[in-house]
Design a protein. Structure first.
Ligand code: NAD
Length: 301
């Protein structure tokens, strides 16, 4: 068997075309165009590239972007003050703080100062809680992109054995919760899992997000499994690879995502989707911000 390659570049492009149409519709109806604020602290070269790509993608579909660069030694309070201003800015519908932050920063304090109504990365506790009970407003972009790739290939999740390798707050855990919402049977593995292969071999769908090249070898994959490689690793010779031994696993899987060109381009597309969704929400006639919804629910009890 040779797996079908899932073309993340093509699917991501299709989603961007839909984004452009949604933005045009908002503007045609006299609405404020979507706006995304991006905050970057320090000069990490990879982060600089990611931010540049996100801003370029915004421009490409008609989303306005507002970039705020801070040196690594900026105070946390300065960044939080900036976020507070953006929370109140009607031209901004999404706020993104590029990770990682310098080690002196309290990441959760920064992320939780972003309004849940502008949390287009989906890291605010409200949106994370929504993943558990259903009804999150902004699904985190990378796992959301994985779901869209599966949907595009008409790969259903109900009743499937899905093994997620990696349990980070950004990829693995939200991925598992989203899969559970789709009634998959989900197993989460991580760095402390003993004998990883005994779990991965059971997977109808294997999602790997560990950040460890060649972690998944062909003997760990069931014949005909769907393999989604989220990992992005730069080897010493400069080559970009995922977490899966692609050359070996491609001969065993039914579908596989390449690296690069698989999940990566989807992450940026889903950020655009979340930003436009936010813009549309803010402009709904009966829009009630999440914070107000909670305080009025409390008042009613
Ligand atoms: P992380 O370091 O925060 O988490 C890694 C997770 O993998 C942890 O839960 C850890 O326990 C687990 N893990 C590590 N080694 C393992 C092993 N040997 N066996 C089993 N589990 C192991 O990383 P992250 O932010 O979740 O990112 C994971 C990978 O996905 C990285 O390569 C990252 O670059 C990539 N990534 C890609 C995208 C994208 O858009 N394609 C987005 C985010 C992250």
């Amino acid at each position: 068997m040779t797996a079908k390659l899932i073309d993340g570049v093509a699917v991501a492009q299709k989603i961007r075309d839909e984004c452009r149409e949604r933005v045009q519709r908002i503007i045609a109806q006299g609405g404020t165009p979507p706006g995304l604020a991006v905050i970057i602290v320090g000069s990490d070269p990879a982060s600089q590239i990611y931010v540049r790509n996100k801003i370029r993608a915004c421009a490409n579909v008609g989303i306005k972007s507002f970039r705020f660069d801070y040196p690594a030694d900026v105070s946390q309070d300065t960044v939080i003050d900036q976020i507070m201003q953006l929370n109140d800015d009607p031209a901004v519908h999404g706020i993104l703080v590029q990770l990682p932050l310098p080690p002196t920063f309290d990441m959760s304090r920064i992320l939780h100062s972003i309004s849940a109504d502008k949390d287009v990365d989906g890291f605010h506790l409200y949106n994370v809680g929504g993943l558990v009970v259903g009804g999150t407003v902004f699904p985190p972009c990378t796992p959301y992109g994985v779901l869209k790739l599966l949907e595009h290939e008409h790969i259903t999740l109900e009743g499937k054995n899905v093994v997620v390798v990696g349990a980070s707050n950004i990829v693995g855990k939200p991925m598992a919760l989203m899969l559970m919402q789709h009634e998959a049977t989900v197993c989460i593995c991580h760095a402390k899992t003993r004998d990883l292969a005994q779990f991965t071999i059971l997977a109808d769908i294997l999602v790997v997000a560990a950040g460890y090249p060649n972690l998944i070898q062909p003997e760990m994959v069931r014949t005909g499994a769907v393999v989604i490689d989220v990992g992005i690793n730069r080897l010493s010779d400069g080559q970009l690879v995922g977490d899966v031994n692609f050359a070996g696993v491609v001969a065993k899987a039914s579908y596989i995502t390449p690296v690069p060109g698989g999940v990566g381009p989807m992450t940026v597309s889903m950020l655009l989707v979340n930003t436009i969704t936010s813009c549309e929400r803010w402009q709904q006639q009966n829009f009630v911000p999440i914070v107000k919804k909670f305080s009025s629910a409390r008042a009613a009890t």
